[in-house]
Design a binder for this molecule. Sequence first.
Ligand code: GRF
Length: 220
Amino acid sequence: MTVRRRVVVFASGRGSNFAALVQAQRRGELPVDIAGLLCDKAAAPALALARAAGIEAVALSPRDYASREDFDRAMFARAARLAPDLIVLAGYMRIIAPAVVEAWRGRMINIHPSLLPKYPGLHTHQRAIDAGDAEHGSSVHFVTAELDGGPVIAQAGLPILPGDTAETLAARLLPLEHRLLVATTRLVADGEAALAGDQVVRGGQALAAPLHLDANGNLA
Ligand code: GRF
């Protein structure tokens, strides 16, 4: 019998990526245990999604802590009680203290809505449109101390269409993000992709470029 890897998800808001992970797990497409959801906002809709799914949901408020780092330490100590093999940041909108990030190096991934290294930070859809880019997308990367700067595991791309706004582009990208996050979480949870130094390795080979999500939801 294989032991299922334990995944803890961090989110700040809507939680559609978290819900995609839960649904994939329920469909048998993501063989992990989703051990809990942690939020930095008590009003995050993601919390209700977790509770409805019978998944432990915890909210901690940064206001209750003396410093940003104290809050981060409390969040990750709370996560550690759920014994995760992997932490997935899925719409978690806080910058995490470098010392805390380092402790989870290689065991924490993040989904970011751009084709990294383009557009780390916020307002990625608008920035891609303003730059006149032909293509936009989303990336899942290992989390390192550099904001949205860790080694990229996989990406999903889509064309920017004439007349696209940040809203239309975000709406078209979201279902791709869900598939990308499920497929990448599966790959990392399985140990098929891992962080070695500053490189992503798959099957013992360093990736020369990020994997790409194909039309069947596979990473190649
Ligand atoms: C996603 O677009 C993700 O890439 C970004 O924030 C959004 C989160 O959406 N970081 P949701 O909360 O998962 O619905």
